[in-house]
Write a protein of this length. Structure first.
Length: 82
């Protein structure tokens, strides 16, 4: 897994409780990359460590349009089979 390095000053400047910082950064990155079409729904949801329902709700709250490709259909079908 690749790690993203965040400068200490930036990490410490986040106005979030320490325990919430990593999860918040992952969620924000996932939402942004999904919105830009860089990550599929399944991979963005995985990055954010959210259930499909939670991630759908988050996208709805932020009024982010859903993208649904044949690749995502395959991912959803694979997930459903697990």
């Amino acid at each position: 897994m690749a790690d993203i390095e965040i400068p200490d000053g930036v990490y410490e400047a986040m106005e979030l409780p320490e325990p919430d910082r990593d999860a918040t950064m992952k969620t924000e990155l996932a939402v942004s990359l999904y919105d830009r079409g860089v990550l599929s729904f399944g991979k963005a949801r995985q990055l954010a460590d959210h259930s499909a329902r939670e991630f759908h709700r988050l996208l709805g709250d932020r009024q982010i349009e859903r993208h649904y490709t044949s690749e995502e259909l395959d991912e959803d079908l694979d997930y459903a089979r697990e």
